[in-house]
Every structure is written in structure tokens, then in C-alpha cells.
Design a protein around this ligand. Structure first.
Ligand code: SAH
Ligand code: SF4
Length: 394
């Protein structure tokens, strides 16, 4: 079994992996104009007010960009010619570029989005009769190094900016045909692609504000899910800032095992994590939290593990989603058999828990949970050799 590199994860938790200034610098170097795509409604309003414009200009731009999918100022017919010219000079509406597209036999679509310096992140669209879910990335790689995850194995390069996050939704909605009732293909968004969303807190919250704003994508908060491996302080912060649905990657019912599978557990152990979860649920009318549990053969899948898990979650606003392990090159784990998964699920149900098993989608194109790897050049070792390294999760 591959043991996680604790020092690598520890450094990550303390401070910036790259932070706002680096994002901004990158944006400016690349474009030297402000990209309006990732600006939250409030930020865009202040941007216009600072320029001496009326605040309602923000709502106009948001509608054009995120609802009508128009990204040329000249096509925004309710803006005056003068304003359009001034926007051309100072702002851009830059969408992320697609490097490749793959389509699975089950209808799943995977896109690779360009992220600079030869790197790329992945997004996956999963069509279902009653909804269309886009699984999006929040970072180029991930520093948290969970031992069963292809993204973690790639290492970490940088946080995605808010425009790169929301841009995945914008571009996918442009490409995909509308649903039969005329609404956009994407009805649900999950932060379950590459990266740890709560480690890129500020940019993820800006993207969440756009996803849930009536002036932009207008998705209900129940249809937007942030999945985290357990950055406890940011779970509390998210509860205050943006009450979207929360999924927590638990994967083990005790600290000894979780320390090995999900190394962030050594900083925020299970009892601390669960307390934050119950606070989150309590502040949102006891809305259920989903606990993800990857089924690894002979590692965490016994009936005794199921019993321990039930004891942790019983009589709480919790449901369990079992994820059959998706293999990737170079990994030592194996997927639990379907009989083992069924037995585990039955034990949870017998103890009164809601437990489901996630259907594997898109595995013929390596688009299933945990298989997303993109193209990442790992900067972690470089950063760790730097004595002055500051790491931020903000
Ligand atoms: N970083 C976040 C979100 C991205 S991972 C998190 O960890 O929650 C999305 C989900 O896929 C998580 O539950 C993660 O644990 C799971 N996952 C990772 N690798 C996997 C694999 N190889 N097989 C199945 N699920 C996996
Ligand atoms: Fe990062 Fe999530 Fe993968 Fe863990 S499971 S390495 S937190 S992306």
C-alpha cells in the first residue's frame, strides 16, 4: 500500500499554494485586461461602480454571459456603444479552451481544459433521465495525496481561478444540447473533479455565488455539491458563506485507517470532522450530508467496518454513498466485489442508515470518480525545498 507523504500534505494545509495575488498576476500577464467571467455578482457590481457606471450593468453582463452564452461585448445589444468600447479596452470575457473531448458509450462526456504551461484539468458530464450533472475541477492536481486517488498521485500545481472554474460549466452548457423540456443540459454541478475545493476557498466561493445567482446560472443550492476530504475550518466558513450541499469523503470508520487513506485526517481527525458536519447540517435545517466511502478490497470493506461506520453516523443527518474503487495505472488497490459492497450496504441499512452505491459511469474513457488526472506538473517538491514557503488554503 502506498503510504501518503505527510510532510507534503502538512505544508499544503499551512499556507498558500498560490493565493489571490498569483492568480491575478497570471491573469494580468496573460491578458492585461480583467476577465469578467469569474466575477461574482457583488464583485462585478463594485467593478462597474468604480468605473462610474450604474450597478445594474453587472446584471446585464451576467445575463449575457451566463444565461445567453454571449461572450462578445458587441453582441450585447442593451449596452451603449460607448460602454461597449470602454469594456473592449479594459475587460475580457475569456473562456477556458478545450484540449480534447471524449465520449463514453454510456453517454458520459469528458473534456480536458487547457490550464496553461502545458497543463490541463478535466470535467465530466453525466447524463441521467432526470438530471444532467457536471463534475468540475477546482485545482490543477491536488496536494492532499489520498492514497487511492489518481489526481492525488499527480501532485499539485496551482489553484484554478474563479473564471476557470465557472468556465467549465459555461463551455459545457454551450456544447451540450438542451434537455427535452428546453432547459440547459447542466441541472446539477458537483465539485468532485480534480482538486480539493475547500483548499481553494475564495475562488470556489466566487464560482458558487455565480452558480447559484438568479442573474447567472440560477441553480438551487441543493443542486450544487461541494465534496471535501475534510478541511474542517473551511466547512464552518462555507456554512456561513454559501449553504450548498455538502459531501464528505470519509472512506474509513476509524482514525487509524483514515490516517493512511486520507492523510488530512492527521490534522483534522474524524471526531473533529464530524462535529463540523453536524454544525453545517444544523445551520441548514438539518439538511443531510452525504458521506462518500470508496470500497477498497480487504482494506475498509468488512462487515465490522460497516458496523463502526454505522455507529459514527447513526441518528445523524447523514447518508452514505458507497463508491466502487476505480483503478488507475500504478495503484495497488482493488475494487471490492459487488457481493461485498451489497453486504456492507445491507449492514448500514439494517442499522437505519440511508445507503446507496454509486453507479460507475464513463470508466471506458477514464472519467469515473478518482480517475481524473489531467496534465499536472507537480510543484510540491519544489515548494517543500523552499524554506520560506508559505502555504495558504484561503
Ligand atoms: N477532493 C475532493 C473532491 C474530489 S474527489 C474530495 O476528496 O472529496 C471526488 C470523490 O472521488 C471523492 O469522494 C474521492 O475520495 C473519490 N475518489 C478518489 N479516488 C477514487 C477512486 N480511485 N475510485 C473511486 N473514488 C475515488
Ligand atoms: Fe485530493 Fe480529493 Fe483526490 Fe484526496 S480524493 S487526493 S482530496 S482530489
Amino acid at each position: 500500500m502506498k503510504l501518503p507523504t505527510f510532510s507534503r500534505m502538512r505544508a499544503f494545509v499551512r499556507g498558500p499554494v498560490n493565493g489571490h495575488s498569483a492568480d491575478l498576476l497570471r491573469m494580468q500577464n496573460k491578458k492585461s485586461k480583467t476577465n469578467l467571467l469569474g466575477m461574482s455578482p457583488a464583485l462585478l457590481e463594485s467593478w462597474f461602480v468604480e468605473k462610474g457606471e450604474k450597478p445594474f450593468r453587472a446584471r446585464q453582463i451576467l445575463r449575457w454571459l451566463h444565461q445567453r452564452y454571449v461572450s462578445d461585448f458587441d453582441d450585447m445589444t442593451d449596452l451603449s456603444k460607448n460602454l461597449r468600447e470602454s469594456l473592449h479596452a479594459t475587460a475580457s470575457l475569456h473562456l477556458p479552451e478545450i484540449v480534447s473531448e471524449q465520449r463514453s458509450t454510456d453517454g458520459t462526456v469528458k473534456w480536458l481544459f487547457e490550464s496553461g504551461s502545458g497543463q490541463a484539468v478535466e470535467s465530466v458530464f453525466i447524463p441521467e433521465p432526470e438530471r444532467g450533472t457536471l463534475c468540475i475541477s477546482s485545482q490543477v492536481g491536488c496536494a492532499l495525496d489520498c492514497s487511492f486517488c489518481a489526481t492525488g498521485a499527480q501532485g499539485f500545481n496551482r489553484n484554478l481561478s474563479a473564471d476557470e472554474i465557472v468556465g467549465q460549466v459555461n463551455v459545457a452548457n454551450r456544447i451540450l444540447p438542451k434537455r427535452s423540456n428546453g432547459v440547459n443540459a447542466i441541472t446539477n454541478v458537483v465539485f468532485m473533479g480534480m482538486g480539493e475545493p475547500l483548499a481553494n476557498y475564495r475562488n470556489v466561493v466566487a464560482a458558487l455565488e455565480l452558480l447559484t445567482s438568479d442573474f447567472a446560472y440560477g441553480l438551487s443550492r441543493r443542486r450544487v455539491t461541494v465534496s471535501t476530504s475534510g478541511i474542517v475550518p473551511h466547512i464552518d466558513k462555507l456554512g456561513t458563506d454559501c449553504n450548498v450541499s455538502l459531501a464528505v469523503s470519509l472512506h474509513a470508520p476509524n482514525d487509524e485507517l483514515r490516517d493512511q487513506l486520507v492523510p488530512i485526517n492527521r490534522i483534522h481527525p474524524i471526531d473533529e470532522l464530524l462535529d463540523a458536519c453536524w454544525r453545517y447540517a444544523a445551520s441548514h435545517s438539518n439538511r443531510f450530508i452525504t458521506f462518500e466511502y470508496v470500497m477498497l478490497k480487504d482494506v475498509n470493506d468488512s462487515v465490522a467496518h460497516a458496523g463502526e461506520l454505522a455507529t459514527l453516523l447513526q441518528n445523524r443527518p447523514a447518508k452514505v454513498n458507497l463508491i466502487p474503487f476505480n483503478p488507475f495505472a500504478g495503484n495497488v488497490y482493488r475494487r471490492s466485489s459487488s457481493d461485498t459492497i451489497k453486504r456492507f450496504q445491507t449492514r448500514l441499512r439494517d442499522r437505519g442508515l440511508v445507503a446507496t452505491t454509486r453507479k460507475t459511469r464513463g470508466d471506458d474513457i477514464d472519467a469515473a470518480c478518482g480517475q481524473l488526472a489531467g496534465k499536472v506538473s507537480d510543484r510540491i517538491r519544489v515548494r517543500l525545498s523552499d524554506k520560506n514557503l508559505r502555504v495558504a488554503t484561503a
